[in-house]
Design a protein around this ligand. Structure first.
Ligand code: C5P
Length: 237
């Protein structure tokens, strides 16, 4: 669970899904004090985003490195160590037991939190069957959430629709981090299972990951402020 004194502003994580550092830095400047937490994923990480992550941490921002690690345990552990030296607050791994154990051991007492991706939200039951699994999405998500908790993973990435169900399974301690957030009236884009910020918080989400509704807004700073205001109203804080 996010510490109770986490400012509502830091419960919004803006996904810097942008093509290069120059554009990302301009967006961070534009968002200013309205945003305190950024996610760097494949697109930017492989285009110079990791030095930017270090710079953001140096500037007092929090960073979520969303690289969804999955490899042999030793390689995952070495990767987690390197990322923890960057000063990242969150990083993702796929929810395979070996991978999660390696990541949790390697994070040790560093401040980086390990988040597990249970089943990618683009997968349905048929995709899992095609990939050789004998479980459907709901059962696999549930089994992996329990394994993640038993291993000591800090949180789960899940769709807002799964949040209430998972909160019931893992209890109050784990962080639930939800993408697929759309303020009322925003375009869904390719997200199929979406929720408003207020509903996602009410469903038990600890942090909301938002990309396009902020990045593509005519006024990104105002869009971020509106989402934080919605988080505050939903939390009754
Ligand atoms: O633009 P949008 O708000 O849809 O961005 C959501 C972000 O969350 C993207 O960076 C996307 O990769 C990420 N994400 C997701 N669904 C997941 C895991 C991550 O949309 N299951």
């Amino acid at each position: 669970m996010a510490p109770a004194d986490t400012p509502d502003r830091d419960r919004l994580i803006v996904a810097l899904d942008l093509p290069d550092i120059r554009v990302a830095e301009a967006m961070v400047d534009r968002l200013g004090d309205s945003v305190g937490f950024y996610k760097i994923g494949y697109q930017l990480a492989y285009a110079g985003g990791l030095p930017l992550a270090r710079a953001l941490v140096g500037a007092g921002k929090k960073v979520f490195v969303d690289l969804k690690l999955h490899d042999i345990g030793n390689t995952v552990a070495r990767g987690v160590e390197s990322l923890s030296h960057l000063g990242a607050s969150f990083l993702t791994v796929h929810a395979y037991p070996q991978t999660m154990k390696a990541a949790v051991e390697a994070r040790g007492s560093s401040k980086v939190k390990i988040l597990a991706v249970t089943v990618l939200t683009s997968y349905d039951d048929r995709d899992l069957a095609d990939a050789g699994y004998r479980f459907g999405v709901r059962d696999l998500v549930e089994a992996r959430a329990r394994q993640a908790q038993a291993i000591g993973v800090d949180g789960l990435v899940c769709s807002p629709e799964e949040a209430a169900h998972l909160r019931g399974i893992v209890g109050p301690e784990m962080d639930l981090v939800t993408p697929g957030i759309r303020p009322a009236g925003a375009a869904a884009g390719d997200q199929k299972r979406i929720m408003t910020p207020a509903k996602a918080i009410a469903a038990g989400a600890s942090y909301l990951v938002v990309g396009r509704p902020v990045l593509d807004a005519p006024d990104p700073k105002a869009a971020a402020d509106a989402i934080v205001a919605e988080i505050t109203a939903a939390r009754g804080s």
